[in-house]
Design a protein around this ligand. Structure first.
Ligand code: T4K
Length: 420
């Protein structure tokens, strides 16, 4: 016999949980990163314009228009669009002259670390603050050595880092401060758009981001000299026909990508408002589930957020089911919740082999990586889906003994990998 339905509005699944033999709640997978589709007619009109012009890449008019729109959005002097966020990070790191060691959080998408290691710069992993999941300035300070040239702060989940504290450390220790703002389009710090802080800030417009250009990225900066260098570097170092003045690479964004970027940027207010409603609904429906905490967005009056991620922490001591058991329950229902950024960069290759002891100085990263679960949101997710997802979580908690009995014993969580 099942436990009685709790007095909430979430939908109590009519059939047994899928892990207990019922049909999945959703016929199609529900993803955390389902791409947003902005105004289709506007997008196609822009694409048609590019086809008519026969100008497809190499700093075309749509790329320039996208960059100008981003300059207005971010209230920054320069935005240099690139083919993806990782290339934008790599070019920014190079243009800023970083070398030796750079302090970064381990709790981030692996691209942040790879952008350094790819250029033979050692990422030095610093721990995060437990309440915010953001780089802890005190830990950064402890890891600075004579080889350190910079700090990369990551505005994880679109919440701003402690910009002031990091800038103060960078200034005092003579370091360059760069921000990975891949999650932070539409977010503010002290009421000002993220994009103008540090020496530069790097955005991602990957398809799964709230503003996207299928693939894409950008570097934003107020520094004229840096902006010029970034433009040269993304175009092989060409300063005119047959004239190369720099070591460069191909980091250009194409016109069709810019068409999507522009159209998607225009859609940001709608997407952020939808995400915010979803978050509030999750907050209401998850209330009372023991051991689950929904991360807040630190969005006091005057601050904006894009609310792109619904981040839940599952406290193993207080929740009837562990994080990975909840993940298995949701996956069986076709809800593709994600464990971003498990297990932390320091446990991924090549860092795992290069820094075998790193986990000892990253206790908060380890604890948070073991707790976090991201739930689907975005414009393709609405009230029906959220009530069903929350209903599944409530029901799994109520039937936790049966659920645990039905799941295979937890596999070793130690990820494996080797350097190729
Ligand atoms: N810094 C940070 C802090 C970042 O988070 C990222 C990227 C970067 C730097 C680097 O920026 P980029 O070089 O990517 O521009 C995803 C994204 O691929 C990645 O861009 C993002 N962060 C990261 C947080 O999430 P995956 O590998 O977990 O997810 P992916 O791409 O498989 O997509 C997630 C789900 O979304 C899929 O399982 C299915 C669905 N999906 C995905 C795509 C691409 C769709 O339904 N349609 C699609 O077209 O990394």
């Amino acid at each position: 016999m099942h436990a009685p339905e709790p007095a909430r509005s979430h939908a109590w699944k009519p059939t047994p949980l899928a892990v207990l033999g019922g049909a999945p709640a959703f016929a199609e997978p529900l993803h955390v990163g389902r791409p947003n589709v902005p105004d289709r007619a506007k997008l196609l009109e822009r694409v048609a314009g590019a086809l008519d012009r026969r100008w497809f890449t190499n700093d075309g008019p749509l790329v320039q228009e996208f960059e100008a729109a981003l300059v207005r959005q971010l209230q920054v002097k320069h935005v240099v669009a690139m083919c993806n966020g990782t290339t934008a990070l790599e070019i920014a790191v190079r243009a800023l002259g970083l070398n030796g060691e750079v302090v970064v959080p381990s709790f981030t998408f692996v691209a942040t670390a790879h952008a350094l290691q790819w250029q033979e710069i050692a990422p030095v992993f610093a721990d995060i603050e437990p309440a915010t999941h953001l780089l802890d300035p005190a830990q950064v300070e402890r890891l600075i050595t004579p080889r350190t040239t910079g700090i990369i702060g990551v505005h994880t989940w679109g919440r701003p880092c402690d910009v002031e504290a990091l800038q103060e450390i960078a200034d005092r220790r003579g370091l360059t401060l760069l921000f990975d703002a891949a999650h932070a389009m539409g977010s503010t710090y002290g009421g000002a758009p993220i994009g103008r802080f540090g020496a530069a800030e790097v955005f991602s417009f990957h398809a799964t981001k709230c503003v996207h250009s299928f693939e894409g990225g950008a570097v934003a900066t107020n520094n004229d000299v840096l902006a010029e260098k970034l433009r040269l570097m993304r175009n092989f170092g060409f300063a005119g026909y047959d004239r190369v003045v720099y070591l460069g690479i191909n980091g250009k964004l194409s016109e069709i990508h810019a068409a999507m970027g522009l159209t998607s940027l225009e859609d940001l207010p709608r997407v952020a408002a939808h995400n915010r409603r979803n978050l509030e609904l999750y907050r209401r429906e998850l209330a009372g589930l023991s051991g689950l905490r929904l991360l807040d967005y630190d969005d006091a009056a005057g601050e904006s957020r894009n609310y792109q991620y619904v981040v839940v922490e599952c406290d193993a001591a207080a929740s009837p089911l562990a994080r990975d058991e909840l993940l298995a329950v949701l996956t069986a229902e076709n809800v593709r919740a994600r464990r971003y950024f498990y297990p932390g960069c320091h446990r991924m290759e090549p860092y795992r082999s290069l820094l075998p002891d790193a986990s000892q100085r990253l206790p908060v990263t380890e604890a948070i990586a073991a707790k976090v679960l991201l739930l689907p949101t975005g414009p393709t997710i609405g009230e029906t889906e959220i009530l069903t997802i929350c209903g599944i979580l409530h029901r799994a908690a109520a039937e936790s003994v049966a659920v645990r009995g039905a799941l295979p014993p937890p596999a070793g969580n130690e990820p494996t990998g080797r350097i190729l």
